[in-house]
Design a binder for this molecule. Structure first.
Ligand SMILES: *Cc1c(COP(=O)(O)O)cnc(C)c1O
Length: 384
């Protein structure tokens, strides 16, 4: 008889048990709407947790990036620099605004935006006489980019930063919450993130007036009048009060969730780092990663095992693995856009894409499930 084992997911939702109380309250008070107490409290609780003056709850992290770009007046023909090694949602909103993304490579230690490549890009466009309107910096797989260096460069050119912290809620950089270093920061509560509302996002900032404008845009830009009057383009981007209730229940256990993911990483690291050719994404001394996903590379100089083989083996054991993000400069969607590699010798993100994989990393994984993943990978390496 074939042994069938349950599927192990890459990152599945992990409820705390507190969510139902907040949802019930939304039902009891009949605030099944994009306004209500859960939204107000969820915004306050997030801004308290990360230490910003304010926050606006939105329907997705993508919507938050979109409205951050709008706050910075990014429009048709403008340039926006963006990390290349990321999910497409980091850059799609640049296109929504009719602007032009320019992609920046990663540096090898954190896999995040390379300050070196960023400088190259600024030099190039300074000569062209056209600076970007914004820089979108992604904190990949839960690890903060080297924000001090990046901000020094951007401040020199007087260009504001949007921090895409969709994967790094609960992480820190130099002791301060990830997502709070740019002019605007965004978080995602998609189903596979550190905490979830099933779908949702948050925009944080010190600029309360800007956040008010975001609230206005996100509710169809309705003018203050008895009738429905609109002077500007608006969006339907507010989070539901029911979903905000899920978020409040989730946020209560954020620290446990981050610790659990870091623990998952530690087990993989202990069990697998001795295998020839396996190199885990390192954690820079300047920060504490949320380890949203455990990511590793398989060095082709040290082993004949290919990343694809490992993914195939995992799939055959009913385990969901995933290649590292395909860099955006390699996407057909962005084939006309410029790209600045880390060094003339080569692109770091191309390398990471070719050799990198992500392992199941959910905070709800059991020790047995992690062992199944570990055993499966060990087998591939010992067979080769
Ligand atoms: C998930 C994610 C987003 C988008 O968030 P949604 O809430 O799914 O819209 C943006 N950037 C990165 C890096 C992400 O991982």
């Amino acid at each position: 008889m074939v042994k069938t084992s349950n599927r192990i997911f890459l990152s599945s939702p992990h409820m705390s048990g507190f969510e139902q109380d907040y949802i019930k309250e939304a039902f009891d008070t009949n605030w099944i709407a994009p306004i209500g107490k859960n939204i107000d409290y969820f915004e306050q609780e997030i801004s308290q947790f990360v230490g910003t003056s304010g926050a606006v709850a939105l329907s997705s992290g993508t919507a938050a990036i979109h409205l951050a770009l709008k706050l910075l007046n990014v429009g048709r023909g403008d340039l926006v620099f963006c990390s290349s090694l990321t999910f497409v949602a980091s850059a799609n909103p640049i296109l929504y605004q009719g602007a032009e993304p320019v992609f920046i490579d990663s540096e090898p230690i954190t896999w995040n935006l390379s300050p070196q490549a960023l400088e190259q890009a600024f030099h190039y466009f300074e000569k062209e006489g056209k600076l970007p309107k914004a820089v979108i910096v992604v904190n990949l797989y839960g690890q903060s980019a080297d924000m001090s260096k990046i901000l020094d460069i951007c401040n020199h050119y007087n260009v504001p930063v949007i921090e895409d912290a969709a994967e790094s809620l609960g992480a820190t950089y130099k002791g301060k919450a990830s997502g709070t270093f740019g002019k605007y920061g965004i978080y995602s509560f998609n189903g596979n993130k550190i905490i979830t509302t099933s779908g949702g996002g948050m925009l944080v900032s010190e600029d309360l007036e800007a956040l008010e404008r975001v609230r206005y845009w996100a509710t169809q830009a309705r003018d203050p009048a008895r009738y429905y009057q609109h002077s500007r383009i608006g969006f339907n981007y507010r989070l539901s009060n029911v979903l905000a209730g899920i978020g409040r229940g989730q946020l209560r256990v954020i620290n446990e969730r981050v610790n659990a993911r870091r623990n998952v990483f530690d087990i993989y690291n202990n069990e697998l780092s001795s295998l020839d050719g396996i190199e885990f994404m390192s954690e820079a001394a300047f920060g504490r990663s949320s380890r949203w996903l455990t990511a590793l590379t398989i060095n082709p100089k040290k082993t004949s095992v290919k990343a694809e083989q490992v993914l195939d083996a995992l799939e055959s054991e009913n385990i969901e693995g995933r290649p590292v993000w395909k860099p955006l400069h390699l996407q057909p969607l962005f084939k006309k856009n410029l790209y600045f590699p880390h060094s003339p010798e080569g692109s770091v993100s191309d390398q990471l894409f070719q050799s990198g994989i992500c392992l199941p990393s959910g905070s709800n994984l059991t020790v047995e499930e992690i062992s199944r993943v570990v055993d499966c990978i060990k087998e591939v390496f010992h067979e080769c």
